[in-house]
Design a binder for this molecule. Structure first.
Ligand code: TGC
Ligand code: FAD
Length: 404
């Protein structure tokens, strides 16, 4: 009995240090914990020391790409047969969490590669396409981006105007149009682009850098996701081989199915950003003295910290359960929307409160909070805005479509 109590106490102490308030680690496997520690250590060693500088300079750290591949961040949830991780969705979530604990932009690069480039090729591609692209994408030898959003069609991608038609030689199609706000676009080797065929049906098509008429101008002056490269995809009569069309899907459900996987990862990633903000604020509050004592001793600051860890814990429970449902193939798109919406809003609000707890220091690059706060403004907008996810839940529970 005594031993058990001592063990429980030690366990709890350890858990608190990792902000695992409800001992959620007990729901993870040895393999999950091992992967988490490996990725966490790698991130601390390779990314944490340089990330603030990258964000200040608005520079994507290209040299990290191979390391991300080695850390298993690109498509860990896809089968090992194609050189991918062969792990479960919870592992994928854990990796996204560890990356976003450092920076949402780095997690973005991995989300796009694994869920929006590799996943559609795996799910909807031909065997030749899978063998051609997946092994290289898994290591980072090749990088990809995902083109759905257009200048005039963001929340409503069904209205897209990017289109392709038969080139007349039986071997190619001609692609025209433009995509906007595309993560990884400025350096990607390939783009999975969603465009309408001559019948107005949406198809996925793999466009490769170097194809004539295809350009990827970078988007500058972002105050958010500064360490991630964002750009446009411009198609001006691009001649694309017919074999680059993904044969396995037609219609908006193609890109939306990929978004399910990416949104799941974001729901875990947002917890990472929230944890880093909470951890920073907690440490600061214990060390910062005002009126003769640590500010952690004032009720107002304790309220903020207590609410933060409560919200983080609720989000952890939500994502763990969602991970189990994903692994069983039972998660619905609406359940994924709920987790993405809840967790990103939770992280935004924690970042805001945590920043205030640091007073003036909170606005500097000495601490990560303001960077997280600015990054999360993109995260709450992309992969479906906060409003769109609410409408998805609204439609799911009422059966009424309030989008249009
Ligand atoms: P709707 O008529 O509802 O659906 C059309 C077809 O799609 C099916 N479907 C889904 N399938 C799989 N997963 C989902 N989540 C699905 N949602 C819908 C649906 O069953 C139907 O299939 P079928 O067989 O009947 O044809 O479509 P809608 O036009 O009314 O739109 C619905 C809405 C608004 C929810 C959807 O358009 C939406 O989610 N809009 C938000 C757009 C968005 O999320 N864009 C993200 C762009 S990518 C990005 O942001 C990457 S950031 C990456 C990073 O840096 O991390
Ligand atoms: P809009 O759709 O114009 O929305 C504007 C406002 O209107 C929002 O508040 C929205 O919630 C609201 N609104 C829209 N429709 C409704 C409605 N029916 N009811 C109520 N309110 C509504 N896209 C990609 O395809 N690939 C990427 O890699 C990618 N990366 C991105 C990276 C960054 C940094 C950013 C900022 C965006 C990225 N996006 C990407 C685009 C992103 O998915 C879109 O910005 C997002 O879907 C919203 O579209 P929009 O910006 O056109 O806003």
């Amino acid at each position: 009995m005594t031993t058990e109590n001592t063990f429980t106490k030690a366990n709890k102490q350890d858990a608190y240090q990792h902000h695992d308030y409800y001992l959620m680690d007990e729901l993870l496997t040895e393999e999950h914990l091992l992967i988490r520690n490996t990725v966490r250590d790698w991130v601390k060693k390779e990314i944490s020391p340089i990330i603030e500088d990258c964000a200040q300079k608005a520079a994507f750290p290209h040299h990290l790409i191979r390391g991300l591949g080695e850390a298993g961040a690109f498509g860990p949830q896809l089968p090992a047969a194609y050189g991918c991780g062969g792990m479960d969705y919870i592992t994928y979530g854990i990796i996204m969490q560890e990356l976003e604990r450092c920076d949402s932009g780095i997690r973005s690069t991995a989300s796009v590669q694994g869920s929006l480039v590799m996943y559609p090729i795996y799910k909807f591609g031909s065997e030749e396409q899978k063998l051609k692209y997946l092994p290289k994408l898994a290591t980072g030898e090749m990088m990809g981006c995902f083109g759905l959003t257009e200048p005039d069609h963001g929340s409503n991608p069904a209205g897209m105007v990017t289109n392709f038609k038969d080139a007349g030689d039986g071997k190619h199609v001609i692609l025209n149009g433009a995509k906007m706000w595309i993560s990884n676009a400025p350096f990607a080797d390939i783009a999975v682009v969603w465009a309408k065929n001559e019948l107005g049906k949406i198809k996925g098509i793999v466009v490769e850098r170097g194809m004539e008429g295809f350009t990827t101008p970078e988007t500058h002056n972002k105050w958010s996701l500064r360490a991630s490269a964002t750009g446009e995809l411009v198609f001006n009569d691009v001649k694309v081989p017919v074999e680059n069309i993904l044969p396995g899907v037609e219609g908006l459900k193609g890109p939306l199915t990929c978004l399910n996987s990416a949104r799941f990862g974001i729901s875990w990633g947002a917890i990472g950003a929230a944890l880093d903000c909470y951890d920073t604020a907690l440490r600061y509050a214990k060390e910062r003295n005002q009126f003769g004592k640590p500010i952690a001793g004032f009720q107002l600051q304790q309220k903020k910290l207590a609410e933060m860890i409560t919200e983080i814990t609720k989000a952890q429970l939500l994502t763990w359960r969602l991970g189990v449902l994903m692994n069983e193939g039972r998660a619905t798109p609406a359940q994924i929307s709920m987790a993405k919406r809840n967790n990103v809003a939770m992280a935004c609000s924690i970042a805001r409160e945590a920043r205030q707890m640091l007073g003036g220091m909170g606005i500097t690059g000495e601490y990560s909070i303001m960077r997280h706060m600015m990054n999360l403004e993109s995260v709450i907008t992309y992969e479906g805005t906060h409003d769109i996810h609410l409408l998805i839940t609204g439609m799911d529970v009422t059966g009424e479509n309030a989008f249009s």
